[in-house]
Design a binder for this molecule. Structure first.
Ligand code: ADP
Ligand code: ZN
Ligand code: ZN
Length: 711
């Protein structure tokens, strides 16, 4: 008897904007459950795909074409569940990308690349032995603040914003919530799972150690897995499969982990929820924090955001009810103001640079303070968010500047390897001995970066001795010193071992690291962010400075033994600025209130919703022309949502040319998220049609950024 093949609708990664619908249809000898991973022919290739629900299908079948058959399914991997598929479908829709692109990007690359035999071999590897479930976990007593947070998280639905100073014991609360969730699992369904996200790969080993230390004895060595882009592809596949099958109970990861298949998900923690690295900056420009909130609600998992300096969005969303605003926000705010085991918060010292001699890098009082600490054997940390020796090289005679030939940016002078390097396109040349324009030997660096700071500080401290009689040692940590694998760990270890007296670095050193002997932190030149065109710049600066201040005085016992007080120094030409005022009193709520008031008056997020469309082309005219034409078409057709969406005119990006590509963007703003979404969905095909018109031939690409972080 002839068998009638079933039709399956498959999500796969087709080139974006290729005009192919979200799902392609294939024939299968037997019906396949949605979520099944399959290999299917696409053109002359064979690619990985995910069987999608038939009712969501807009599956395309060219007229008269016979259905091609699927090539096979991935044996041994259970279908991805409906929660995962809904998450992916939502993310694709919300961030205006193709479903297949988001679905496939959310899977580990090796699922795509391994041959079926190879995958089968991976799946046969023995699972890590389970722990001893009779083992109980020794719990340290929570502080009253921690206990109150824990109890409310247990009792209420959330989502929660845990607002706690650095060192207030937030991580301990995460651990306890995860533990309670795992222990509450009766073992009668899919094993309960937790997802814990951190912003940076660098912070995962430290966290992993704490989670493994706590949970491996009871739940097995394989119960905790990591998922981030610093892992090799085989490691990623292993972690992914462990989460998907339920053998992993806790997944620690960076933003990509929000898409992990976690059928038993009961709890999501987003640590340092304000951190910009939760926002993906290419492909689907998703916010892992926002998706975590969505995922938690959809899958019935509790969501816990944590920060000492929450994003203004989360702060506003967690506002308590008031008489004028009886509803309050949608999140529950939990406050843990006290630091545990650490000394008082750093005392903030502001230096008015208007009172200092011109071109001062280290003001006399700051230098004095650093010197005293070196002499006492304490460590200091100096922050400057600009790597290299100087941001530009300049000719005194003719005014030549080291501009990148491919970008509208300067090439940065790197003294260590004698190069001029563009931080946007990577183009590098040897440092010239003479001005390339007029031949003058009188060329000089202008401004300063971390390399120069390190050099100057070493010179300034050359006669300063540590208590052991050795000369003061200055070290630098930034993206340039940590390129090699393991370099960052090695350099951090030197700091921990006390081999370094003064550490110079970019924001890389401000985040998360548990330095025990740092008692002074200084931001030598933070003013740039105060007057940036980006309305989020003050918020980011404040978070960075608070986080940096949190690196000082982490060990109360050490502080007491030293008889010292920790300090956070800020050198500024605007020492009275609201950002520094709030920093001085460690008053995030005051800062947030002031910023939110400004945002509300200007109808900026979180009081409005934004999206950007960016266009890249060989010329600005083409880039902007495309955006203008698409805008005109939107108005001409009266697209839905448009009545509530403001479209601003196209403008060049701040750095308008990178690698010889001209970039333009336009902003859309709406008081209604739904209206903005409606409009974007309707506009997408218009943008595609506009692109195919001959007058926009020079357009290289366009992309949409929903809820952009940088404008
Ligand atoms: P955060 O994540 O808020 O920066 P941590 O959870 O890392 O804070 O806690 C800071 C320090 O205090 C850590 O060394 C941690 O082991 C310790 N700690 C946390 N909670 C307690 C507690 N209840 N009792 C004693 N020490 C604690
Ligand atoms: Zn010159
Ligand atoms: Zn360049």
């Amino acid at each position: 008897m002839p068998v009638h093949p079933s039709i399956v609708h498959v999500a796969l990664h087709t080139p974006s904007h290729s005009g192919v619908g979200d799902l392609l249809s294939y024939a299968s000898e037997r019906p396949l459950a949605p979520g099944t991973l399959v290999r299917v022919p696409l053109g002359s290739r064979e690619v990985l795909g995910v069987v999608w629900d038939a009712d969501q299908a807009t599956g395309e079948l060219p007229d008269g074409a016979t259905l091609r058959a699927i090539a096979g399914m991935l044996e041994g991997v259970a279908p991805l569940d409906a929660h995962w598929r809904r998450l992916v479908a939502f993310a694709a829709r919300y961030y205006q990308r193709a479903l297949g692109e988001v679905a496939l990007a959310a899977l580990p690359p090796q699922l795509r690349d391994l041959k079926p035999e190879q995958l089968a071999r991976r799946l046969r590897r023995p699972a890590t032995p389970a722990g001893d479930t009779s083992d109980t976990i020794e719990n340290i007593a929570l502080t009253a603040e921690q206990e109150s947070a824990r109890a409310r998280i247990a009792a209420e639905k959330g989502p929660f914003l845990l607002f706690g100073s650095t060192g207030s014991g937030k991580t301990e609360v995460y651990l306890r919530c995860v533990q309670e969730m795992l222990e509450a699992d009766k073992g009668d369904g899919f094993p309960a799972q937790a997802l814990v996200m951190v912003p940076e790969i660098n912070l995962t080993p430290q966290l992993e150690e704490r989670f493994v230390g706590r949970f491996a004895p009871r739940f097995g060595a394989g119960a905790v897995v990591s998922l981030h882009s610093g892992m090799t592809n085989p490691q990623r596949l292993k972690s992914w499969l462990a989460a998907h099958s339920g053998s992993a109970r806790i997944v620690l990861g960076t933003r990509m982990a929000v898409f992990a298949s976690l059928p038993g998900l009961k709890l999501i923690v987003v640590d340092e929820e304000h951190d910009p690295s939760y926002k993906q900056q290419e492909g689907a420009r998703y916010s892992a924090r926002d998706l975590a909130i969505w995922r938690g609600r959809e899958q019935g998992a509790k969501v816990l955001l944590g920060s000492a300096t929450p994003s203004l969005e989360s702060w506003h969303a967690s506002r308590p009810p008031t008489p004028e605003d009886p509803e309050g926000g949608r999140y529950v705010r939990l406050h843990m103001p006290s630091r545990i085991g650490a000394g008082a918060l750093a005392r903030v010292r502001r230096v008015d640079m208007n009172q200092q001699p011109r071109r001062t890098v280290f003001s006399a009082p700051l230098l004095q303070a650093i010197t005293e600490r070196v002499a006492r054997g304490e460590q200091s940390m100096i922050l400057l968010n600009r790597r290299g020796y100087a941001p530009v090289l300049h000719c005194v005679d003719c005014g030549w500047k080291s501009d990148c030939p491919h970008c509208s940016a300067h090439q940065v002078f790197h003294k260590t390897d004698r190069t001029l390097r563009c931080h946007h396109c990577g183009f590098a040349v040897r440092v010239p001995h003479h001005c390339p324009s007029c031949g003058s030997p009188d060329i000089h660096p202008m401004g300063r970066g971390t390399e120069q700071l390190e050099e100057q500080l070493a010179a300034l401290l050359r006669n300063v001795q540590r208590p052991d009689g050795n000369a003061a040692r200055v070290a630098r940590i930034d993206a340039d010193t940590t390129k090699a694998k393991g370099a960052l760990e090695a350099q951090l270890a030197q700091v921990h071992a006390g081999e370094v007296d003064v550490l110079v670095g970019t924001q890389m050193i401000a985040k998360g690291h548990d330095f025990r002997r740092i008692t002074l932190v200084a931001a030598v030149q933070p003013d740039g962010a105060l007057f940036s065109s980006d309305f989020r710049a003050p918020e980011r600066l404040f978070a960075l400075l608070m986080q940096a201040a949190g690196r000082a005085g982490r060990d109360a016992a050490y502080m007491a033994a030293q008889g010292t007080q920790c300090e956070m120094w800020v050198q500024s030409f605007h020492p009275q600025h609201a950002v520094f005022e709030a920093l001085r009193t460690h008053d995030y709520p005051a800062f947030a209130t002031q910023q939110l008031k400004e945002r509300e008056e200007a109808a900026m997020p979180p009081f409005s919703y934004q999206a950007l469309v960016r266009a890249d082309a060989r010329t600005q005219e083409v880039a902007q022309g495309f955006l203008s034409a698409a805008t005109a078409a939107a108005h001409a057709t009266g697209l839905p949502g448009l009545d509530l969406v403001t479209l601003f005119p196209p403008v060049p990006l701040t750095i308008q040319r990178v690698a010889n590509v001209e970039r333009a963007q336009m902003l859309m703003e709406s008081p209604s998220r739904a209206a903005l979404q409606r409009f974007l969905a309707a506009w997408q095909p218009v943008l595609q049609t506009t692109r195919s018109q001959p007058e926009h031939k020079g357009l290289i690409r366009w992309l949409v950024d929903v809820d952009p972080l940088a404008i």
